[in-house]
Ligand binder design. Structure first.
Ligand code: DX5
Ligand code: ZN
Length: 233
């Protein structure tokens, strides 16, 4: 494993820009800009047109980005068959892989495949799935992702009613006595970040608010980092 998500702080806000909101025509330059802006890792939204009604990026795009980037690559697999795609995206350059408990594959098998591929393991739940769905797997997880929009598209509005779920995961993480990142994804910006950190999320995925920030990416990333002071862990 080249870049390790476990090296990132658990007690501060870290920022994972989602390239879904970047300009794919100038992706290399956009990724370089967001690195210079102080982002901590890069979030890659992989959609298969089946698990969600959208198609985004395949392995060639990830391997091209890999050549030019020293970011930890955080792949969020919104796919029906994570068991099939795990080795494919690990080979392309993913360092960390998060998959959905609602996928068609057996979670225990997917976790084993992610570990076998040399990546760290994340699991996530769609908005309607309760936190308890991940309880059987918590001892194997390096990251838990709470979706604060329905997966499938960038630029949607933050679902405020997901904060109880964030708080519940934070309690589960505390009880586990393990280091597990609590990531949140969807509609995160310099305002909504405060709700997320007060509920216990420490890692912010942000697409639109970073790549399309009117005052520039550095200001947008800084504004998210600034929320560290209110983080409850
Ligand atoms: C949604 C994706 C998100 C999304 C975030 O399915 O998982 O990562 O791109 O985009 P914003 O920050 O624009 O809501
Ligand atoms: Zn995502």
């Amino acid at each position: 494993m080249k870049y390790d998500i476990r090296q990132l702080p658990y007690d501060q806000v870290t920022v994972a820009p989602s390239i879904l909101a970047a300009d794919f025509g100038t992706l290399d330059a956009d990724v370089a800009k967001v690195a210079a802006a102080g982002a901590d890792l890069l979030h890659l939204d992989v959609m298969d047109g089946h698990f969600v009604p959208n198609l985004t990026m395949g392995p060639p795009l990830v391997s091209s980005l890999r050549k030019a980037s020293t970011f930890c690559f955080d792949a969020h697999l919104m796919v029906s068959h994570p068991l099939f795609y795990t080795p494919v995206f690990a080979k392309a350059g993913a360092d960390h892989i998060t998959f959905h408990v609602e996928s068609d594959d057996d979670p225990a098998e997917v976790i084993a495949a992610i570990k076998a591929a040399g990546c760290t393991v994340g699991m996530t739940v769609k908005p309607k799935t309760p936190a308890s769905a991940l309880a059987p797997y918590i001892d194997d997880l390096d990251l838990i992702l709470v979706m604060s929009v329905e997966p499938g598209f960038g630029g949607q509005s933050f679902m405020h009613d997901m904060m109880d779920k964030v708080a519940e995961f934070r309690r589960m993480i505390r009880d586990s006595k393990r280091n597990i990142h609590l990531q949140i994804d969807g509609g995160i910006d310099r305002n909504t970040v405060y709700e997320a950190v007060r509920a216990g999320a420490n890692m912010m995925v942000a697409g639109t608010s970073v790549f399309r920030a009117p005052d520039g990416m550095a200001a947008a990333v800084q504004a998210l980092h600034d929320a560290s002071k209110e983080l409850v862990i």
